[in-house]
Write a protein that binds this ligand. Structure first.
Ligand code: PAF
Length: 526
């Protein structure tokens, strides 16, 4: 049953109560995912809600038509409202609460002209491109309301659609600059059968306009085809969009811009990444869309439970495909090693949060230097090589406690993402396909039964002449680890929706690698 909350007090009371719901002494408060919307929910919103549902214990959807993000000439008065349908969609999607405030509740009622509202001003440079010059005041209104919602809800994660690329980039910057709580999660644009990006404003279109609206995406695809063929010049790519749309007389182009997707700086050419954004009118309806152009080598993400053989497989796949294997786990080991070195308690969340901020990590493949071939990756911490040091059993013992610290996770996640800018890597872990590289060309979920993994571990321990206990004890330990990994609050082990699952029970390593290479060639080409 969805709880509808119309007041700020009601919302904070509800969150306080529910967050601490598992009233077991010492239990962690529940994680909250926020989906901010203006209502009239469609499949695009639903994809945000579904993702929030998968990744959080509590899901809050806010429905608020924010007047201060509309200019006088815009459609505030007629913005579509479908409260009954919205409620049904939220109910079906398992939303816990809908925050449905009035304008007076959120902004106060004494100021009918809204001149006395405190506002959040995004970086002015980010307002000079795309929709910025055409919608004065819009992003200030968006930044203001989202800042307010984030400070009221204090979510672990906030879900936003990639269709509103400028909104996303601005909110990321505002959230970073104002140190707003939680992570902003960008979700892919959901499109109709003909490529039209879903939007509440699509319902303004007549059937004929609706048919023509797909040209927006087709024009971007035309530019993308040129890009894939090697074209990198900004003016040639934007001209391709203009040329396509020029053939649709009923469509009035407002802008087409090529910018960097994070800084929104205008690009003369695409070095590593570019965002091609377009806005056009069909009658009175204004539509926007964008595509991201990536000039990088492919990425392979391999996730799976402990003992499924990920690192051996990932290394061999990288060798076969001439990509670089990077062992993301080594980064967590480095923090655990440093904590040990400084005598810090790995379970001390604050100490670990401070420690990770002071660590500059550099990860490199071992393929260039045979002397390091025995190690999965080479690693430097603040300039010191720690490749061997981080393999010490005392580090192994502490690494999962360190890796479960939210701040460690968040900081290293950002660093790992840097390796994706140029691509050409195979990375394995628990959240590579879901969190680190959700845009990876190939995602593999490598599994094996508990019994098989216990058997492999048992033989490894035997070879290493280490104490191994009984097979049943090992099975029990692996099952417990699986449970902990998949239920932990920070970066739980999950199969990405578009990952290909490979069960390695009774399959030789070579066959597993062959299968992944075949999938790679089918998806990416050789
Ligand atoms: O994208 C939207 O629907 C709105 O701009 C948002 C983020 C809910 C703020 O009002």
């Amino acid at each position: 049953m969805v709880r509808i909350l119309k007041t700020v007090k009601g919302l904070s009371c509800y969150l306080q109560q529910r967050r601490c719901a598992p009233s077991v002494a010492g239990a962690e408060p529940l994680s909250v995912g926020l989906v901010p919307t203006m209502g009239n929910l469609h499949r695009g919103h639903q994809s945000l809600i579904d993702r929030a549902r998968r990744e959080n214990e509590l899901v809050v959807v806010s429905i608020f038509i924010n007047p201060i993000q509309f200019s006088a000439a815009e459609d505030l008065a007629t913005y579509p409202q479908t409260p009954g349908e919205d409620l049904a969609l939220c109910q079906q999607a398992g939303v816990d609460a809908i925050f449905l405030p009035t304008t007076a509740e959120l902004y106060g009622s004494i100021d009918p002209d809204r001149q006395q509202i405190t506002r959040v001003m995004p970086p002015p440079a980010m307002l000079t491109v795309l929709c910025g010059p055409h919608r004065p005041g819009h992003f200030e209104g968006v930044a203001t309301v989202v800042t307010k919602l984030l400070s009221l809800v204090n979510p672990q994660r906030t879900y936003l659609g990639a269709k509103d690329a400028q909104q996303l980039a601005i909110l990321r910057q505002v959230a970073a600059d104002l140190k707003l709580p939680g992570e902003l999660v960008a979700c892919p644009t959901v499109r109709d059968w003909d490529g039209l990006a879903l939007s509440s404003r699509n319902r303004y279109l007549s059937p004929e306009q609706r048919n023509q609206a797909a040209h927006l995406y087709q024009s971007l695809k035309a530019a993308q085809t040129l890009f894939k063929a090697g074209e990198r010049h900004g003016h040639t790519l934007t001209a391709a969009v203009e040329r396509h749309l020029g053939q649709v007389p009923t469509l009035t182009l407002e802008y087409v811009d090529l910018v960097h997707p994070h800084s929104l700086k205008v690009l003369d050419s695409v070095e590593s990444i570019g965002l091609l954004g377009v806005a056009a009118y069909l009658g009175k309806t204004r539509l926007i869309d964008n595509v991201v152009l990536r000039n990088r080598k492919p990425i392979v993400a391999i996730d799976g439970p402990a003992g499924a053989g990920k690192s051996t497989v990932a290394r061999q796949v990288a060798q076969r495909l001439n990509l670089i294997y990077l062992d993301s786990g080594a980064m967590y080991r480095a923090i655990a090693w440093k904590a040990l070195d400084l005598g810090l308690d790995p379970a001390d969340e604050v100490a670990m949060a401070e420690l990770v901020q002071s660590c500059d990590l550099r990860l490199a493949a071992t393929t260039d230097d045979p002397a390091w071939a025995a190690y999965p990756s080479r690693l430097w911490l603040n300039g010191q090589e720690v490749t061997e040091l981080i393999r010490h059993p005392a580090v192994t013992e502490r690494v999962s406690t360190v890796a479960a610290q939210p701040m460690v996770r968040q900081t290293l996640l950002n660093q790992q993402r840097q390796y994706g800018i140029t691509g050409g890597v195979v990375m394995e872990g628990r959240d590579i396909g879901t969190q680190v590289f959700p845009e990876a060309e190939l995602k593999i979920f490598l599994t094996a039964s508990v019994e098989e993994r216990a058997r492999r571990r048992w033989s490894d321990l035997q070879v290493q002449q280490q104490p191994k206990g009984s097979l049943e004890e090992l099975e029990q330990a692996i099952a417990t680890r699986d449970y902990q990994d998949s239920t932990r609050r920070v970066a739980p082990l999950r199969k990405a929706e578009d990952a290909l699952e490979l069960n390695t029970d009774g399959v030789e390593i070579e066959a597993v690698v062959d299968q992944i290479v075949t999938w790679f060639q089918a998806k990416v080409g050789s």
